[in-house]
Structure formats: C-alpha cells, structure tokens
Ligand binder design. Structure first.
Ligand code: GAL
Ligand code: CA
Length: 354
C-alpha cells in the first residue's frame, strides 16, 4: 500500500513536471495537515546535493550510493566541477527551487561558512559530507551536521599495513640501511583526509620503532594522472633508492603503479611496495595481482547512505539520525569506520563497493 502510494505520488509529480505546472516556491510549512494538497511534497521532498567534482574516482561511488535512494526523494544532483564559486551558485539555485535540505560535498573545506550563511538565511538544514568543515563552522548553525570518517584512522591503518609488510619482507630494504626510503603522494593540501593520512601513516610507522627517510612529498590532488607524472619524475630522480610508495588515495596510487610498470617494476624480480586508501575496485584488482600491498577501505556505500538518511530526515523536519542505525557524536558528525584491506580480507572491500 505504502509502495503504491509512493508510486502514485511519484507519477503525479512527474506529470506535474512534464505538464510544466508551476511548482510552488513558497516555503512549505511543516505544520500543514497531511491531508492537504501539499502531501506529495511531504512524501518525496526535494533534496539538493553537490559533489565537489564528478571526475573523482572515490566520489563517484559515494554519489552512486546517494542516487540509489531516488525513489524516496527528489534528488537535485550537481557537479561542482572543482569550483567553489560554481558550488555557491548551485546552492542559490537549489534554494530557489525549494529544496528542503542540502547535502554538500564542499569543493574547498574552508567553503562551509558561505554555504551555511545561505542555508541559514533560508532556514534549510545542511548535511556536509566527505570534506569535513571546521567545528567552528559546524557549530555556527544548529541545522548543520557532517557525515564522513575519522581521518586519522585511515592514516594509522595505512601505517599498520606498512609496518606489517616491511617486517615480513626484509629484502625490501634495498640499501640495507635499516630505514624505509619512501615517497608520499599527498591528496589536496588542507583537506583533513590528506593532512591526516600523510601525518598519521608515518607517525604510526615511527611509533612501531621503524626508521624512515622521506625522499619526496608532493600533492597529486587525488588524481591518477598527477600521481603518474610525479612517480615518473621521482623514478627519474631517485630510481631504486625508493623503497616504498605511500599514497593518500588509490587514484594516485594507480597512476604511480602505471609509472612503475612502465619503468620495469613488477617483473624480473623488480618490486615496489605501494599502499593507499579507498579500496576502490581498481585498487582491489592491483592487490589481487600483487602490485599493491594493501589499501584502507573508505566505505563509500555507507557514507553515501548515511548522508542520504540524514538529509532525508532533516528535510522531513525530523532529528538527523531518527530511526537510522547511525550514531551522532558531540561533534555533530556521523563517522563511518575505515578498515585495512590486504589480499587476506579483500572480500570485505569487494562487498562494500558492490
Ligand atoms: C577522500 C578520498 C579521496 C577523494 C577525496 C575527495 O576521502 O579518499 O579519494 O575522493 O575524499 O574529497
Ligand atoms: Ca633502506
């Protein structure tokens, strides 16, 4: 019955849209009795979503997870094309179209204040996701929350993969100096994930008593082409002196692996350990083939689902985690756990990206 109602409501809305019927842009009052003509809007609220750029490997999976819910909400999806100015305009447009909540993947982690000002003025709740705003920004608006991860956790887990693999493979210390000569492919500078992964991965390794020497650290902006270019340059400069490639995400690691392959690695006993974060399907293939030591599962499915669940609740005037399995911390954030992935438990990651 519920399903039938939903279908009827959906098709009547569709008809209205096709017929060019003017959508009412007056703010729908939550207190309206459910029997009035406003019922369809209440059944399938408009939710405005931005992704910082569609051309991002990991975010395409988060997006898919959000979009799977399009039967329960009218999703207005936006590609912000890595341009904060564009995203701000998209938010204006969505507000004028009458969205009841916003789900925002910021372009610039510092861009939250502008978005909050717009949302506040229109009294619309905002769920930020993936790029964590500062606590000051989040706490400046009682209708703002965050869905993401605990960034430092991914760094520590990546560190643990380095520790375990290094200890198990004494031959990887090619120059036998007892130190790991590594290169670091960093994500977007200032992005909490990039900063935390860079710092805590190496910190974990040092805490375990291993010695490290950083040969290079540069940003590849999460991008596989940039990862390849940097790795090309670093191999040209350091050659076999590099003993470990640490990447803030799989995208850049996949680019680095391409470069390594083109430079004769992964055959004739020439090997280079590579570790990263996300555990996207392309990286899982590399782990299976032995060209990647491991990755850290960044759970796109659950982050997308939590983002949607919260956005839907607040769009309907409910408390953000009402009736869901998510836990909200004092910091107004739902944090989905990471998981270290190697060949041994690869099935878990395969499941998470189905
Ligand atoms: C990270 C992810 C990266 C990239 C970034 C975008 O969590 O590991 O691959 O998608 O988010 O903000
Ligand atoms: Ca060494």
């Amino acid at each position: 019955m519920k399903k039938l109602m939903a279908t009827l409501l959906a098709s009547s809305m569709l008809l209205a849209a096709c017929g060019g019927a003017k959508t009412t842009e007056t703010k729908p009052a939550d207190t309206k009795p459910s029997t009035t003509a406003a019922a369809p809007a209440a059944g399938k609220p408009k939710i405005g979503v931005t992704i910082y750029k569609y051309d991002d490997n990991f975010m395409s999976f988060v997006r898919r997870s959000i979009e799977k819910n399009n039967a329960t909400a009218d999703l207005l999806m936006n590609d912000s094309q890595n341009d904060q100015g564009k995203q701000n305009e998209q938010v204006d447009t969505m507000i004028s179209k009458g969205v009841k909540s916003l789900a925002i993947n910021l372009v610039n982690p510092q861009g939250a204040a502008t978005i909050i000002a717009k949302a506040k003025a229109a009294n619309i709740p905002v769920i930020f996701f993936n790029k964590e705003p500062s606590q000051a920004d989040l706490k400046s608006y009682d209708k703002a929350w965050y869905v993401g991860t605990n960034s430092s956790e991914s760094g520590v887990m990546m560190g643990q993969i380095i520790i375990d693999s290094w200890k198990a493979n004494p031959a990887w210390d090619k120059n036998k100096d007892g130190k790991i000569q590594y290169v670091m492919l960093k994500g977007e500078p200032g992005h909490p994930d990039a900063e935390a992964r860079t710092k805590f991965s190496i910190e974990a390794v040092e805490k375990a008593g291993l010695k490290v020497e950083k040969l290079e650290e540069q940003t590849g902006m999460w991008d596989s082409v940039k990862g390849k270019e940097l790795m090309d340059a670093w191999i040209a400069k350091h050659g076999d002196k590099i003993e470990y490639v640490v990447a803030n995400n799989d995208g850049m690691a996949l680019g680095a692996i391409q470069s390594l392959k083109a430079n004769g690695y992964f055959k004739n006993n020439k090997f280079m350990p590579v570790v990263a974060v996300d555990a996207i399907p392309d990286a899982l293939t590399q782990i299976k083939e032995g060209t990647m030591v491991g990755s850290v599962l960044n759970d796109a499915k659950n982050q997308g689902q939590a983002t949607f669940d919260l956005a839907l609740n607040v769009a309907n005037g409910k408390a953000p985690i009402d009736g869901t399995k998510w836990k909200l911390g004092e910091d107004k954030a739902v944090r989905v756990p990471y998981l270290a992935i190697t060949k041994a438990n690869i099935a878990v990651a395969e499941e998470a990206y189905k």
